[in-house]
Design a protein around this ligand. Sequence first.
Ligand SMILES: Nc1ncnc2c1ncn2[C@@H]1O[C@H](COP(=O)(O)OP(=O)(O)O)[C@@H](O)[C@H]1O
Ligand SMILES: [Mg+2]
Length: 248
Amino acid sequence: MKQPLIVIEAAATGYNSEVVLRDVGLTVYPDDFIGIIGPNGGGKTTLVKLILGLQPLFSGKVLFPSGKPRMGYLPQASQVDRSFPITVKELISSGMKSRNTLIPYLNAGQKQRLEEMIREAGLQRYANKPIGELSGGQLQKALLCRALIDDPQLLILDEPNTHVDKQFEQELYRWLKRLNQQMAILLVSHDIGTISPLIKSIACVNETLHYHPSNQISEEVLKVYHCPVDVIAHGPVPHRVLKSHDHE
Ligand SMILES: Nc1ncnc2c1ncn2[C@@H]1O[C@H](COP(=O)(O)OP(=O)(O)O)[C@@H](O)[C@H]1O
Ligand SMILES: [Mg+2]
């Protein structure tokens, strides 16, 4: 039996003294790919921040049975200030936690890793440009590089597919599928239709968490969970067609 990376038990958190998530239970294993869905304001980002240690734990437990795993985090786009004056290279290398921030340059190994990530994302032309010059999809790629640069055991992405085009979305999903062979992934999305071929299980977050150990969920179940999300996200294209869609 493999050891879980994270065990959350009866956890509650919120802002000031207001509880926004209660009685949350979730276990994350090293090869998991969990889709976190739920309505706006349901607490998805708050859950992510709780796992990252950025939220106070009001009650319950957040345990790391084999030590705190390395975590990579791609924040929700609305929380990133695009006018912030840093280059793509600087943005990506800011994800290096091992980096000595008192020394303004990278060592040889870090430089090599940085170049490798920039190449993988196809961002060579933009490496020394300010992040404000990137398209939505390119910015998400740079943020993903930042999340990956320290080789995380758990990758957390908060709505990476907003403000990006369909081509980027497909590219991202292929990338995530490959990454899941080496790390656990938590993918927050309001669009269960497009992520369902990718994920292995579903966590429905709306004040509390309902775990669903499969990548398919019916509208009826979503209703029972009070979890209204866009089950069919592409107008006339039925959900079924998307399920058989091959991301390889
Ligand atoms: N910094 C904050 N201060 C106070 N309340 C917040 C803050 N961030 C989020 N909230 C509230 O917590 C609830 C959950 O928000 P959030 O986790 O962002 O939901 P989601 O990511 O599912 O849209 C919402 O009611 C929201 O208004
Ligand atoms: Mg959110």
